[in-house]
Design a binder for this molecule. Structure first.
Ligand code: ZN
Length: 201
């Protein structure tokens, strides 16, 4: 089994009222290894602030709003997001649940997988004059002042050297910002109610 075929279906982590990671469960280490985030192995994450791992200020603001809206609600909210590997397009669902006393459980579950052929290597760049931005939630690419899917991007493949990884700066696209702000503003689902979701990805 190669790294890219490690089954990666379920990740769970919990934070306390101060957003410090208190528990990690599921296939986190496989996920971290698969995504080359070796500094994020479970044993190295517990006891640290979640925000050490969420560097993009826009993404952090979205999560903070979501957590604030879930704390004390006694319920949960969920939204889909993409977490691709070079070989697979993966749609996952993140569920944020109030555990009481300020604690929050975040569960990410795999919902759908499809192959990407040929594979697409993408690496994060921290700075520079790169053309591309990429949305952390839906993985669309920000290119020439607007957001576009991979297919559209590849129509202009001559602009990019497929033999080398695409260098991107991660951000959050306007649609995802809007959807997740709306999710944060809506009431949480309590047991026995219809799910509150932002389904677009
Ligand atoms: Zn997006």
């Amino acid at each position: 089994m190669t790294a890219s075929t490690i089954p990666m279906g379920h990740l769970v982590y919990e934070v306390d009222a101060e957003d410090v990671v208190t528990r990690i469960d599921g296939e986190w280490d496989a996920f971290a290894a698969q995504n080359a985030a070796r500094s994020c192995l479970a044993t190295q994450v517990i006891g640290r602030s979640l925000w050490e791992f969420v560097r993009d200020p826009a993404l952090r603001a979205i999560y903070e709003a979501l957590f604030a809206s879930i704390r004390g609600s006694g319920g949960e909210k969920s939204f889909p997001f993409r977490c691709d590997s070079p070989h697979q397009r993966r749609t996952m669902r993140m569920t944020v649940r109030d555990l009481g006393a300020g604690a929050v459980r975040i569960t990410s579950a795999l919902e759908e997988v499809a192959s990407i052929a040929p594979p697409l290597m993408v690496v994060a760049a921290s700075s520079g004059a790169e053309l591309l931005r990429r949305c952390s939630i839906c993985l669309t690419f920000g290119w020439r002042g607007r957001w576009a899917g991979l297919d559209e991007l590849l129509e202009h493949e001559a602009l990019f050297d497929r033999e080398r990884p695409l260098r991107v700066i991660y951000a959050v696209c306007e649609e995802c910002r809007h959807d997740l702000a709306r999710l944060a503003a809506s009431p949480a689902r309590r047991l026995g109610e219809e799910p509150v979701t932002a389904d677009r990805v």
